[in-house]
Design a binder for this molecule. Sequence first.
Ligand code: NDP
Length: 263
Amino acid sequence: MDLALRNCVAVVTGGSSGIGLASASAFLEEGADVAICGRDPARLQAAQADLGSRFGPERVLAACCDVTKADEVRAFADAATSWRGKVDILVNNAGQGRMSTFADTTDDQWREELDLKFFSQIYPVRAFRPALERSRQGAIVAVNSLLAYQPEPYMVCTSAARAGVQSLVKSLAREFAPAIRVNSVVLGLIDSGQWERRFQARENKGQSRDEWIAELAKSKHIPYGRLGLPEEVARAIVFLASPAVGYITGASLEISGGVSRYI
Ligand code: NDP
């Protein structure tokens, strides 16, 4: 199947690690040029060097940008749009989850989490919307979590915010049709930078990574017995973003190894 991504320009927020980096790589493999952003300059530079060495440095733009800061997102959008004169695809991937129960979560932590989850969508959508409209095949993919539909009490504010983002995606799909398609992926547990950091912080330091992952998968009742790979998510993101599936909008694709319990 030809995804028709050659000569497209894709923007991936949080493209310096995990799912974002795998998505950038997958877009490049399909012939699209890619602009990525992240906050940590060293991590961003390493990602740019890695992608550039595999696909050609001229095909990758990297810019420091915190997606919760409107002025930084506008500057990134200006740079990405003038780089190739257009942007066709926006993947809103940047972010992380917060582990805390209702009792553990302060007002400031609620505000910080709601800010991250909503404005990591709102600011890039607002900044890139004119370019996506001009593209005539504009597409947005929001990276979201299964927690939106299946909340967990130990991630109470992340779960609530995730549900709100699914609602936002649905509204945008209606409001932006037929100019821009808006879809989401809802993820279970994916073995990325977030889980690597949690592995490093594990209590039982004698436990190997494989043992730790197997125990995690068992405790989460994942039928596939493992976490997902960033590349498995990336392929779904590229598919949803591609002009080849031009009638898909307002959809959400679950990637969870079968862990969901809702219909
Ligand atoms: P990683 O930690 O591997 O990657 C996160 C990326 O986002 C990094 O490039 C990071 O760079 C960037 N980032 C984080 N905050 C910001 C910010 N405010 N502004 C700009 N860039 C930012 O994690 P994942 O690949 O797992 O996460 C990707 C997305 O998937 C996240 O939104 C996450 O919440 C979501 N997700 C992941 C799940 C999983 O199990 N892995 C499950 C459900 C959802 P830097 O820190 O340098 O800014």
